[in-house]
Ligand binder design. Structure first.
Ligand SMILES: N[C@@H](CCC(=O)N[C@@H](CS)C(=O)NCC(=O)O)C(=O)O
Length: 281
């Protein structure tokens, strides 16, 4: 088995498990990810929801704080939470800031010399990890959805938009919806992709949504209005406006009075996201 079980806890009749494995696309580094496998997976393959986390997170923030397992157990969904960057690449400067390097892979495949050997989180979450999960765990790979928060909300939107048909739908909490035009995205894209903005556009949801072609793509998102990052970094409205130009995507984007950027927001609305996924998966 290509997966090593690190730990497991029974939850809601199923199991929360953390695995480690060696990732080829991340330069042969050891990676960890967490899954929830509902009781239903003991008898048949179950639909699978990938959840991509935000800056500073590991696979464990969502797993321990979002409270997603109860509804996932009822719906019979597996949940997969990857880490947010390669770990232990030992690149100079990798651990200096919270918004670049470790914990901040931004779900791109780096092209700059310094980062391209290891910082390939796009290929990791869209190819290597789903292939591994499909071959090693009891999931139905033809029934996948993607979700995520902040940097991971950006990850959710771009992975769905760049891979028509791969995910039945996408959801996001407080996504970085137009990274080319905010400071977080500009810093990450300059570092991982260089100065050429045409390369940035290929990882920007507000650009990608204009030209998406493929099966109708349902997208559901929540943005808290008390989120400190909302006005400057997240730029929800740019995505909403861009999506209006393309009738291949159906976007339901909600604004939530008083909710902030924390996991209390995900814990509050995660059931709505899983119920939305249940309608489309
Ligand atoms: N305020 C944080 C920014 C990072 C942050 O808010 N991270 C969000 C994702 S963008 C998160 O989920 N943090 C971990 C947690 O709340 O468990 C900092 O300056 O370090």
């Amino acid at each position: 088995m290509a997966l090593n079980l690190v730990k497991q806890n029974k939850a809601f009749g199923g199991w929360v498990k953390q695995f480690s494995h060696t990732s080829k696309v991340l330069g042969d580094l050891e990676m960890k990810f967490s899954v929830f496998l509902p009781a239903q997976s003991e008898n048949s393959k179950v639909p699978v929801v990938y959840y991509l986390s935000g800056l500073t997170c590991t696979d464990e923030n969502f797993t321990t704080k979002a409270g997603a397992q109860r509804r996932a157990a009822e719906l019979g969904f597996a949940l997969v939470a990857p880490d947010t960057s390669p770990r232990g690449a030992n690149i100079e400067g990798e651990d200096e800031s919270y918004d670049f390097g470790s914990g901040a892979g931004f779900y791109v495949d780096a092209t700059t010399d310094k980062w391209k050997k290891n910082y390939n989180m796009y290929s990791y979450v869209t190819d290597e990890l789903p292939s591994l999960i499909a071959s090693e765990l009891p999931v139905d790979d033809s029934r996948k959805a993607v979700s995520g928060h902040s940097m991971g909300g950006h990850g959710s939107l771009i992975t769905a938009l760049k891979n028509p048909g791969m995910f039945k739908c996408a959801t996001a909490f407080a996504p970085i919806a137009n990274p080319m035009n905010c400071q977080w995205g500009q810093k990450a894209f300059t570092g991982y992709l260089g100065e050429d903005k045409s390369a940035w556009a290929k990882y920007d949801a507000s650009e990608l949504v204009k030209s998406y072609e493929g099966p109708q793509l349902p997208i559901f998102a929540d943005q808290g209005l008390a989120d400190n990052f909302y006005p400057d970094q997240l730029l929800s409205e740019n995505f909403i406006e861009a999506a209006k130009t393309n009738d291949k995507v159906d976007v339901e984007f909600r604004f939530q009075e008083g909710y902030d950027h924390s996991y209390y927001t995900m814990a509050t609305f995660i059931d709505d996201h899983l119920d939305f996924i249940a309608k489309h998966i």
